[in-house]
Design a protein around this ligand. Structure first.
Ligand code: CMC
Length: 452
């Protein structure tokens, strides 16, 4: 016998039986609970979707209390230790690890789609030198849609596949071009002999050397950080991709929506905010005063807290170790000392402990990116490159899910009831409908002729 929720509606005295499946009830079942005959049925009210599942997904599993993160069942710790980013991108989309021939074919396809249309370069050159890299990335990825109009055929598996390959291949190229633009350096074209991570670092850092060789510690750090950021189930940006994608727009536009959501300081922008906070603190001795300020409400301890993880973010543990490895290669940074002191004090303070606020993935990523000499404003772009793989897997899962429709939440209207329009403003206004009966004004006639 299946699990059931027994509900008594005190408004009507009626009794309802609602099925429970996978620990959830269907919100649409609540519609049958009507307070009166003209009532549209009971709504569930859930601002910020704190307790609402918007989909069934087989991609990423999180247990926030236990600090567990798995992609398609594989623990993040094992993937970060042994997998490559492209292997993870394949896994997220297809559900299984690739065979050798699938992997080789996938890497080949990605490698040979890394070039972008030359017009993208001109387009990027139009941005000012101090434009934020996330604004540029969001616009450039949205613009890709205009280069591939055939990508609108989202239910054609061939078109869907090539769009996914193009996005995975071209986002790092666009990101690297953005880096070169803000630095005032010439663009570096992809090098098809390098791995995904090495090629990205080559496009970012190569100068006059005939062949770019990246620091192996940096290549490893990029690979691991991309794996850690690849997916994180129904977060703000993934929900944006699914929500926008549910209108059946092309994938470039849907991914651009994800990039816009990721830009915010409460989401992917947090790694940038952590570094700005550390800069503001300036010295380890000022950490206690800063923490006291946070407790009194003068801002948040950026890189701490998470909507889902209520114990240590498993990604933060891996990133902390990675930060040590990178700093061993490039030398210890004063900022790392400030970060360690913030973490030490916060983890002992009842304010943070009682609210289950622990370091999240973004607490240490910024320090690693800074050690690799990426500008602070570029950090979220690195997050976006990795997350593109998760967004695409989630987008395709949403499209192929027969239960999904265009996303359209309900609301509880709390505004005024009907009232007559009584404005007394003096203004230029279109001719009221009641005065339109006598002939067509000249301007309208001209417009009609022009638009034919
Ligand atoms: N510093 C100080 N207090 C905090 C913090 C923080 N970082 N985060 C939450 N709180 C307090 C908050 O003031 C509230 O206290 P009270 O109950 O007294 O009002 C309580 O903890 C619960 O906070 P909330 O805002 O209701 O929690 P949330 O689940 O809505 O927010 C969060 C989650 C990640 C937006 C939030 O913890 C935060 O703003 N953190 C800093 C930004 C950050 O690091 N974001 C990166 C998230 S991980 C990467 C990603 O997913 O993109």
């Amino acid at each position: 016998m299946s699990d059931l929720l027994e509900v008594n509606d005190s408004r009507t005295g009626k009794h309802y039986t609602i099925p429970i499946a996978d620990g959830a009830i269907r919100a649409s079942q609540l519609q049958q609970l009507q307070g009166s005959a003209d009532d549209h049925g009971l709504l569930s009210y859930d601002p910020a979707f704190m307790n609402t599942a918007s989909c069934r997904s087989a991609i990423t599993f999180i247990d926030g209390d236990k600090g567990i993160l798995r992609y398609r069942g594989y623990p993040i710790e094992q993937l970060a230790e042994r997998a490559s980013f492209l292997e993870v991108a394949w896994l997220l989309r297809h559900g299984e690890l690739p065979t050798q021939s699938q992997y080789d074919g996938f890497v080949h396809e990605i490698t040979y789609h890394t070039y972008v249309h030359e017009n993208i370069k001109k387009f990027l050159e139009g941005f000012r030198y101090d434009a934020h890299p996330m604004s540029m990335l969001c616009s450039a990825v949205a613009a890709l849609s205009s280069f591939y109009p055939e990508s609108k055929a989202i239910f054609d598996p061939v078109q869907r596949n090539i769009s996914i390959i193009r996005l995975l291949a071209k986002v790092p190229t666009i990101a690297a071009f953005i880096y070169r633009h803000i630095k005032g350096l010439p663009f570096v074209y992809p090098d098809n002999e390098l791995s995904y991570g090495e090629n990205f670092l080559s496009m970012v850092a190569r100068m006059s050397e005939p062949k770019y060789r990246s620091n192996p510690v940096f290549t490893r750090a990029i690979e691991v950080l991309f794996i850690l950021h690849a997916d994180h189930e129904q977060n703000c940006s993934t929900s944006a991709v699914r929500g926008v994608g549910s209108s059946h727009v092309d994938p470039y536009s849907a991914i651009a929506a994800g990039i816009a959501a990721l830009y915010g300081p409460l989401h992917g922008g947090a790694n940038e905010a952590v570094l700005r906070m550390i800069e503001e603190i300036g010295d380890k001795s000022r950490v206690p005063a800063f923490i006291e300020g946070v407790k009194k409400g003068s801002g948040r301890l950026m890189g701490f807290g998470h909507r889902v993880y209520k114990s240590y973010d498993p990604r933060a543990k891996i990133v902390k170790q990675l930060a040590y490895d990178v700093f061993q290669s490039v030398g210890v940074d004063r900022d790392l000392e400030i970060a360690l002191e913030l973490e030490r004090i916060a983890l002992q303070d009842d304010y943070f402990v009682s609210r289950k606020l622990y370091p999240n993935v973004d607490f240490y990523t910024g320090l690693i990116y800074r050690a690799m000499k990426f500008p602070t404003s570029f950090f979220t772009v690195l997050f976006a490159i990795a997350r593109t793989s998760g967004w695409l897997a989630q987008w395709e899962e949403m499209l192929l899910d027969k239960e999904q429709k265009i996303a359209r939440p309900r609301q509880i209207y709390v505004g005024p009831g009907e009232r007559p329009y009584t404005s007394t403003l003096k203004k230029r206004i279109v001719t009221p409908a009641s005065a339109l009966s006598s002939g067509t004004p000249t301007s309208s006639a001209a417009l009609a002729a022009a638009t034919g």
